[in-house]
Write a protein that binds this ligand. Structure first.
Ligand SMILES: Cc1cc2nc3c(=O)[nH]c(=O)nc-3n(C[C@H](O)[C@H](O)[C@H](O)COP(=O)(O)O)c2cc1C
Length: 219
């Protein structure tokens, strides 16, 4: 299966230090996935690689094939994935606005009927759990329902070195076991939904919302 890992931080200035703490979290997650989830493709999407226009024009607002090539390429990667890992810092008790903006550029039909896992972190003691609560709602609306187990990493700078390794080496198993609760659920749901998508095309049975929000209205 193929999993896309999104990283939401686009902050490359300080204070507060360190900048892009999320890179450590990303590297730790990838180390866990590469050692414990062998056989799957894991690709990384850095929100920093997508400087988007100030005027919001999502991928689905362009005529077919006319969107900027970077948006087209990412749309294809999302569509061909079986599940998503969304890594976000907590800014003012909310998810990264850059990650939300990037994801808003793609129709929910690309994400839907595939699961997601939420990973949040912060430099402080709550590990981004308030951001994670909002992410549940957001990702559910996008159609990639989040699995129940979430990863929250408080004081990530004290747990992970810049290369993503554990500062206290002896803690690696405990952290990877913690990640495993979410990643194993993600793997299970991704496998199940992939099989079921192959049997029944959800987009044929349940119409995607196309042009007008009223398509979802109660009668
Ligand atoms: C605008 C802003 C708002 C923040 N709000 C929170 C917050 O609500 N909760 C928290 O625990 N940390 C908060 N922080 C601290 C971040 O956890 C810390 O800066 C972390 O390094 C952010 O991740 P990043 O470096 O990958 O962007 C905030 C930081 C910034 C820049």
């Amino acid at each position: 299966m193929k999993f896309l890992v999104f990283l939401g931080t686009v902050r490359d200035s300080t204070p507060p230090k360190p900048a892009r703490l999320g890179l450590r979290v990303l590297k730790a997650c990838l180390a866990c996935l590469n050692t414990r989830y062998i056989g799957h493709e894991v690709e990384f999407v850095d929100a920093l690689d997508y400087p988007l226009d100030n005027v919001f024009k999502p991928h689905f607002a362009y005529q077919k094939g006319k969107a900027p090539s970077s948006l087209n390429a990412l749309a294809e990667r999302i569509e061909s994935s079986d599940g998503f890992i969304m890594i976000s810092p907590e800014y003012n008790h909310s998810m990264s606005p850059a990650l939300m903006n990037l994801l808003n550029h793609f129709g929910s039909s690309l994400f839907s009927y595939k699961p997601s896992a939420i990973v949040t972190y912060s430099a402080g003691q709550w590990g981004g759990m308030r951001a994670a609560i909002g992410m549940r709602t957001f990702l559910s609306e996008l159609g990639c329902l989040p699995v129940s187990a979430m990863v929250h990493i408080p004081k990530a700078q004290e747990a992970f070195a810049e290369d993503g390794s554990l500062i206290l080496e002896e803690e690696q198993d405990s952290w990877f076991n913690y990640f495993d609760r979410s990643f194993s659920q993600l793997e299970w749901w991704a496998q199940a939904s992939k099989q079921h998508r192959a049997e029944i095309n959800p987009h044929g049975k349940i119409m995607d919302f196309k042009s007008n929000p009223s398509e979802r209205n109660a009668p």
